[in-house]
Design a protein around this ligand. Sequence first.
Ligand SMILES: [Zn+2]
Length: 222
Amino acid sequence: MRSRISAFAFSCLPASLAMATSTLDRAVSESEYRSRLLSALGGSGEGWEWSGDVSDTGPNSGATCACGHLIRYAYVLSHAVRGTCVVGSTCVENAPGMSASSLERIRAHVAALQAAENEKKRLAREAFRKAELEGYIQAFESVFNLAKAQREAAERRYPGWKPSAVYYALRGLPFPQRLARETSEAIMRGVKTTAGQRKRIERATQDYRAAIEEMRNALSAS
Ligand SMILES: [Zn+2]
């Protein structure tokens, strides 16, 4: 009965008080981690150095810092008397007395890892955009080939059919010259970004789609 009452009492706690309680819980456990780390180091960070020994244990490896926190990168600190101790890059900031140069080198290592991770993500995004662009190029090529075949069919049907450039321009048709030399490479030439290239290709595909429609109308009217 008693536990039921206390559960009820807890559920009736104002939200702000409940939040304050969980913040307090976190603060308590953080200080527990901190004191576990300090006791593993023998009281303080003094005399502990990082020689560059670190291992990537992989994501979700279950590896832990001396304090108990789960970590991926295990930094091995060493001490002339106490031997070695494995810590995480964040916790090491909580080891007062630790040599400034070791801390600096660990921070630089973390920054380099972050930069490598960002670069990996950037490359993955770029590969995705490139694959996407490939699809747009294929769509362009099939529309382009259709326009070309349509014009050739018109020329066969009407031998000597040689409308002027103005005729083509007015109807939004691709000029014969343009049809002869247009390629996706030519359309994207000079555009550096994949996004810009895609925009150009999409635009050209729309142009040719419209041209096919115009040509169909012109031919059915003639
Ligand atoms: Zn830790």
